[in-house]
Design a protein around this ligand. Structure first.
Ligand code: AHG
Ligand code: MN
Ligand code: MN
Length: 317
């Protein structure tokens, strides 16, 4: 019998939080609705004028793609109408969107990258959506957004590819669901995902290797001498999903262009680090655990090394 993501969340909540009132699953249904809207748009992007640039530059200084804008609007709409949401933080919005529900109702903050891998949209390569869910502590919500990653109550991503897969954790294992277009539901397809202890793939954009700290290229040479192969898709969600299932290690090191790393802590590194650790893997910024980094800005960037426990532990810089 199939298990949908909604049923799975309800089972999990009943098992671990009998007192829960189903508000988290209501929140998750906002995410899955937005995901289906984005998937439908991507599926027909070449014929519905959804490709190409939107002509604007976002807070990251990057040219927004039309699908970046659409995905962001879909998520803001589907989540903004949930009364359990105290604030939404998006890669595409300079400031958080604060809803001012009473503290006893507005209990969640959702942080997301609405469309990850934007440079791949026009060439029909996998892109994704990444989300992280934080609890809203008492007091003004704007002070509550900059929480370290170990305080996440849930995290996940949707990977839009040959099939559309949603992967999430609420802190008790990692589960994958495949969208069944015939019934419009995400159906459990990957139960209790375990990140292999060691892999044989490394993933990095070696075009920037001359600007990485030297230890990185030295390590890549060591991995090649051990027979590792290389894969780099350029969409973090796709590179991570492969690493989660097959093992290995992904690097986005410091570069001249991004001395503090390119990837964003709150809505790229933290959610994927939570998933990696829940699946038995590891994620660092070179010398400290990603989930322990105290955020100072909602769009701050970080170097990211993530993947198999043995592979990440073997690298030091
Ligand atoms: P986004 O599309 O949300 O801006 O993220 C793009 C990121 C990430 O998906 C990927 O790992 C990285 O950019 C690729 O960067 P390079 O093109 O510099 O390799
Ligand atoms: Mn991204
Ligand atoms: Mn993005």
């Amino acid at each position: 019998m199939i298990v949908t993501v909604q049923q799975h969340i309800m089972f999990e909540q009943r098992r671990r939080h009998p007192e829960a009132r189903g508000r988290f699953s209501w929140l998750l249904s906002g995410l899955t609705l937005a995901a289906k809207m984005i998937e439908a748009k991507i599926r027909r992007a070449g014929i519905n004028d959804a490709l190409g640039s939107a002509g604007e530059t976002n807070v990251q200084g990057e040219t927004q793609q039309k699908l970046d804008v659409y995905a962001n609007q879909a998520l803001l709409h589907c989540l903004g109408v949930r009364d359990s949401v105290a604030a939404l933080v998006s890669e595409e919005n300079e400031e958080p969107l604060v809803f001012d529900p009473a503290p006893e109702t507005g209990e969640y903050i959702i942080v997301f990258d609405p469309l990850d891998g934007s440079s791949n949209i026009d060439v029909n390569v996998n892109v994704g959506t990444i989300f992280s869910i934080l609890r809203r502590p008492p007091g003004p919500v704007t002070n509550a957004i900059l929480q370290p990653g170990h305080q996440q109550i849930a995290a996940g991503y949707i990977l839009y590819g040959p099939s559309t897969v949603l992967v999430y954790t609420t802190g008790d294992g990692v589960f994958g669901f495949t969208l069944d277009p015939a019934i419009g539901a995400f159906v459990l397809s990957h139960n209790h995902i375990q990140l292999p202890h060691q892999g044989n793939l490394y993933s990095v954009n070696e075009a920037y290797a001359d600007t990485f700290p030297p230890a990185y290229s030295q390590h890549f040479a060591t991995l090649r001498s051990k027979g590792y192969s290389s894969r780099y898709i350029g969409s973090l969600v796709a590179d991570f999903h492969r690493t989660l299932l097959k093992g290995g290690i992904f690097f986005y090191p410091p570069t001249h262009a991004y001395p503090g790393g390119k990837l964003r802590l709150l809505y790229e590194a933290n959610p994927l680090a939570f998933i990696a650790e829940q699946a038995g893997g590891r994620a660092t910024n070179t010398n400290s655990r990603i989930l322990d980094i105290p955020p100072t800005d909602i769009h701050q960037r970080t170097p990211l090394i993530i993947g198999s426990l043995s592979d990440v532990t073997a690298f030091s810089c």
